[in-house]
Ligand binder design. Structure first.
Ligand SMILES: [Cu+2]
Length: 78
């Protein structure tokens, strides 16, 4: 029973993450042109954004959200 419940919770969690990654990517895409970052930071955000998209496509939503979260951190958005 516990295992099934855990599985169901995991499924819901990954579905939520799956829907959330593109939202994060969009937020980054919108914030990046407006952000006043130096070249190094901009490159870092772009790299994390690209990593996030790749991980999302690979189904690694937790890792994707992690990378996208870091990019948002640099941009100073939530
Ligand atoms: Cu995802």
């Amino acid at each position: 029973m516990t295992r099934i419940a855990l599985f169901v919770v995991t499924m819901f969690a990954s579905a939520a993450f799956a829907a959330n990654c593109p939202v994060q990517m969009k937020a980054i895409d919108e914030a990046l042109p407006k952000a006043k970052l130096d070249a190094t930071k901009t490159a870092e955000v772009k790299k994390l954004r690209a990593d996030g998209e790749r991980l999302h496509k690979e189904g690694k939503h937790t890792e994707s959200m992690d990378a996208l979260g870091k990019a948002k951190g640099i941009l100073g958005i939530k």
